[in-house]
Write a protein that binds this ligand. Structure first.
Ligand code: G6P
Ligand code: MN
Length: 439
């Protein structure tokens, strides 16, 4: 049985992930679950809920809650990482500062994502170093920490040999919905997909060898990438703002007659419409703080008071996916999953060392990317520009370079001019003084 540590234990996602672990104990046996967080207060609020989820399924699994890295990682076999540097109050800034300049305000896309990247790369590397110091030498870090594309590139640059697998639940959430539309379990789909994280395209959706993407496109063109049952298996991506996101894929799709775009492309390709419908004073961060966060913390307090746990946390594809990936790593299952990996020729006309999102076979030694071939010039160009923006941001972080940060902001498709880039960057420097390396 494994020792598993969750870094970012105080996250509201933790109970859902642990619930997913509990229903898979036969596939992924656990001796111990450890929660690790630098925010002691937050983690100690969430921990009793997590303990209850564990005890409902198992009396034998040891449960540890700590802010000491040695206690957290000693001998660990797996680490699930989900850090949010600066928490939601900084997400709010990431979203609101660009919006004040008429630019998309989003946690991973546009200036918000770049700002979040500048906060996260170095703490992520610190976490990797701690895990390497204390954990089992063959331990894997499965990393959900955002902004995933930039974090993956930062890790590749700074710790190229680390056993880190970067993942995102967006492709699998889309696949869940595709499965529901087609009436098959998502595990039965074999998809081809190319791009960067939050920036890519599905090109085939095979069910028993038959490509069902054309049929899916017809459905999606009418109803969006959405199903009525999503609330059960993907509650997070079912609240009203997410429903809008899945619907916005329709106008995007008109411009891609063959492929199915990742919904996040709406921020890059139709930013005006997005900005028009965003409230600069009440963004997604506010919704999450007043919704998901409040609900879970209230449930945690109620549980402490009454011993009854209200069913207020997320169980769904997000937790199920990280457990799928961990099983495949642990037992060399070679399952095919969409993950973020070094390209190594998978997308023939992108750089060999780019961190791309493609299908990969997940082996005990890590992901083996599947060849997606060369992509059309239009897509390649979009990808290269986004990649350049993200790579410059990583270099800005490593070198403390204002120039490179400005270039990264300017190259981002959501930013119309260099003046916008500079104005936003300068405001963000002030807002991130506690978190960013000096530029
Ligand atoms: C999706 C993305 C994540 C992102 C999340 C935000 O799951 O894959 O990268 O963090 O959405 O969702 P939220 O509900 O917090 O806006
Ligand atoms: Mn994601």
């Amino acid at each position: 049985p494994f020792i598993l540590s969750i870094a970012g234990g105080g996250s509201t996602y933790t109970p859902g992930i642990v619930k997913s672990l509990m229903v898979r104990l036969e596939d992924f046996p656990l001796a111990e679950i450890r929660l690790y967080d630098i925010d002691v207060a937050r983690q100690s609020t969430i921990a009793p809920v997590v303990e209850k989820v564990i005890r409902d399924h198992s009396q034998s699994i040891k449960f540890t809650v700590t802010s000491d890295p040695e206690a957290a990682f000693s001998g660990a076999h797996f680490v699930f990482a989900q850090m949010r540097v600066g928490q939601y109050k900084m997400r709010e800034q990431d979203e609101k500062i660009p919006l004040r300049h008429g630019v998309v305000g989003q946690e991973t896309c546009g200036p918000g994502g770049l700002a979040y990247g500048l906060r996260t790369i170095l703490p992520m590397v610190e976490l990797i170093d701690l895990v390497e110091r204390y954990a089992d030498k063959r331990a894997w870090i499965v990393n959900y920490s955002n902004p995933a594309a930039i974090v993956a590139e930062g890790v590749r640059r700074l710790r190229p040999d680390a056993r880190v697998l970067n993942i995102c639940d967006m492709p699998v959430a889309a696949m869940r919905n595709m499965g529901a539309i087609l009436g098959v379990d998502r595990h039965k789909l074999e998809v081809d997909y190319f791009g960067l994280n939050h920036f890519g395209w599905f090109t085939r959706v095979l069910v028993d060898g038959e490509d069902r993407l054309p049929q899916l496109r017809e459905h999606i063109a009418r109803f969006g990438l959405l199903t009525e049952d999503a609330a059960q298996t993907d509650p997070q991506h079912s609240d009203p703002s997410w429903v809008k996101t899945w619907r916005n894929i329709k106008p995007l799709m008109d411009h891609f007659p063959e492929y199915l775009p990742n919904p996040y492309l709406q921020y890059y390709l139709m930013p005006n419409e997005i900005v028009e419908h965003q409230d600069p004073n009440y963004t997604r961060a506010n919704e999450v703080m007043n919704g998901r966060e409040k609900k879970l913390f209230a449930a945690a307090l109620e549980y402490q008071r009454t011993g009854v746990l209200p069913d207020a946390f997320h169980v769904g594809v997000h937790g199920a996916f990280i457990v799928d990936v961990a099983c495949s790593l642990a037992f060399d299952l070679r399952q095919r999953h969409l993950v973020i990996v070094e390209n190594k020729g998978a997308i023939a006309n992108l750089p060999y060392d780019a961190m791309v999102e493609v299908p990969a076979y997940i082996t005990a030694n890590g992901p083996e990317p599947v060849r997606m071939g060369a992509v059309p010039l239009f897509h390649q160009t979009l990808l290269m520009q986004q990649l350049a923006s993200e790579q410059l941001l990583v270099e800005a972080t490593i070198e403390g370079s204002y120039e490179k940060a400005l270039q990264a902001f300017t190259l981002n498709r959501t930013v119309p001019t260099m003046q916008h880039a500079k104005a936003i960057l300068d405001e963000m420097i002030a807002a991130n003084r506690e978190y960013w390396p000096a530029l």
